[in-house]
Write a protein that binds this ligand. Structure first.
Ligand code: ADP
Ligand code: MG
Length: 257
């Protein structure tokens, strides 16, 4: 049985896409079958894995036209890691979904059909709390919230947790907040440490693993590679490897914010 995990935070630039790619690759390297479902019109995780738009069906066609996920998923350079690529047309899906029947459950229907095929499905969400993200939360078993270790890190998180509560009450009662993930941690600054402490105080289910700020990590996508291939001995590669282990070994007990 698969675990469907949404990487969500309505703030942009916090590490959702970087985590989708590198956690996905790390899980695959631990022998898991993994699908990254790029659900952001900016298609950054598709680009970061070296996928070029070639007219093939994308995650847009999955939610709007009901194209099966198996017809969209393609293997990546990492063995065991598959990608369902996004396209810019996904930006229009936000509006096109509005009049549709069961509009919040379009993605759930599509992903439920591939639960036998993958052990992990990671949904890379757009930076908003619109219908695409709501579809992702309705489809997911768990949410991981990447948080950048910068000033105002906690800003917006109460809006996100109320959205999670609304989704639980109305669409998906078993949705769990798996944990917050501290990203772009810079050990040389007091600020990073302060933010990390503050996040851990508010959210006890913050992952033990912290993702360091790493130039190598920001370079890797321009080569279409995960960090585990681009610079396997880097601290960032090790961190994503540890995060994968934490996810695989971690309890699935319900933790609510
Ligand atoms: N740990 C990190 N160290 C350095 N740069 C990072 C790190 N994580 C992400 N980045 C960079 O920060 C930018 C935003 O990250 P991204 O994962 O695209 O965020 P999101 O998907 O939440 O918008 C990207 O340019 C990415 O390469
Ligand atoms: Mg992104």
């Amino acid at each position: 049985m698969s675990e469907v995990i949404a990487l969500a935070n309505q703030k942009g630039g916090v590490g959702k896409t970087t985590t989708a790619i590198n956690l996905g690759a790390a899980l695959a390297m631990h022998g898991k079958r993994v699908l990254i479902f790029d659900f952001d019109p900016q298609a950054n995780s598709s680009a970061g894995l070296g996928m070029r738009a070639d007219g093939a069906a994308t995650t847009y066609e999955v939610v709007i036209a009901g194209v099966p996920v198996v017809d969209v998923a393609r293997p990546t350079m990492v063995e065991g890691l598959w990608l369902a690529a996004a396209s810019p047309s996904l930006a229009g899906a936000e509006v096109e979904l509005v009049p549709m029947m069961a509009r919040e459950f379009r993605l759930k229907r599509a992903l439920d059909a591939v639960r036998e095929s993958y052990e992990y499905v990671l949904i890379d969400c757009p930076p908003s709390l619109g219908l695409l993200t709501v579809n992702a939360l309705a489809a997911a078993d768990e949410v991981i919230v990447p948080v950048q270790c910068e000033y105002l890190a906690l800003e917006g998180l109460s809006q996100l947790t109320s959205t999670l509560e609304l989704v639980r009450r109305n669409l998906n009662s078993s949705l769990r907040l798996r944990g917050l993930l501290l990203t772009m941690f810079d050990g040389r600054t007091n600020l990073s440490q302060q933010v990390a402490d503050e996040v851990r105080t508010h959210f006890t289910n913050t992952f033990t693993t912290v993702i360091p700020r790493s130039v190598r990590l920001s370079e890797a996508p321009s080569h279409g590679l995960a960090i585990a291939q681009y610079d396997p001995s880097s601290r960032a590669a090790r961190a994503y490897g540890e995060l994968a282990m934490e996810l695989i070994n971690g309890s699935r007990t319900e933790v609510r914010a």
